[in-house]
Design a protein around this ligand. Structure first.
Ligand SMILES: Cc1cc2nc3c(=O)[nH]c(=O)nc-3n(C[C@H](O)[C@H](O)[C@H](O)COP(=O)(O)O)c2cc1C
Length: 176
């Protein structure tokens, strides 16, 4: 699939997901000819999603297994907008040490929303290397997308972002 534009939509309360979104945007820009833009969901109209060929959606898990509040409001504003066939990837910020029962739940909540709307989910990520007990962000033994952990050093986050972003560009290139 010829992807001319990628929208990296994120919600972030304390800045971690925003920082990750900026880094993902930088790596995707470097690795492709696509126009890649990072956009905060706060105050953004959901119709903006249609301006991009592919979407990367970043959401931290807050309040013991919930979406970040900016995403909550964004989904409400989306109403019944459909995403038929749109390639959508997810990344999440979480904390496996403090929240091992709800680690990365937001990924699963968001993935269910976009799947219901007809999106084509891409970018799943292995659970190896993470320690947690339960997560709605896992399906068939893999995270829906990139899992970033507050407890990890930024160096690990950075290398995960690099590996995942490269994987994402390959998956997009292979789509019919
Ligand atoms: C009150 C509170 C609740 C949290 N709940 C969860 C949770 O249920 N699962 C999880 O994986 N992380 C949880 N976290 C960790 C955040 O997701 C993590 O700090 C993340 O990096 C915040 O992203 P942001 O800076 O983009 O808002 C929680 C953090 C706080 C302070």
């Amino acid at each position: 699939m010829q992807v001319r534009s990628i929208g990296v939509f994120y919600g972030s309360t304390t800045g971690n997901t925003e920082e990750a979104a900026d880094e993902i945007t930088r790596v995707l820009c470097k690795g492709s000819d696509a126009n890649v833009r990072a956009i905060s969901v706060s105050g953004t109209d959901p119709s903006k999603l249609f301006e991009f060929d592919a979407l990367v959606l970043g959401c931290p898990t807050w309040d013991d297994g919930n979406l970040q509040c900016g995403w909550e409001r964004f989904l409400q504003r989306m109403g019944e907008l459909q995403m038929a066939g749109k390639p959508v990837a997810f990344f999440g910020s979480g904390d496996s040490l403090c929240y091992p029962e709800t680690f990365q739940d937001a990924q699963g909540i968001l993935a269910a929303e976009f799947r219901r709307r007809g999106a084509r989910l891409i970018g799943s990520w292995p659970t190896e290397g993470y320690t947690f007990n339960a997560s709605r962000g896992v399906e068939n033994g893999r995270f829906f997308g990139l899992a970033l952990d507050t407890d990890d050093a930024w160096s690990l986050t950075r290398s995960r972002i690099a590996t995942w972003s490269t994987q994402l560009l390959s998956e997009l290139a292979c789509l019919p």
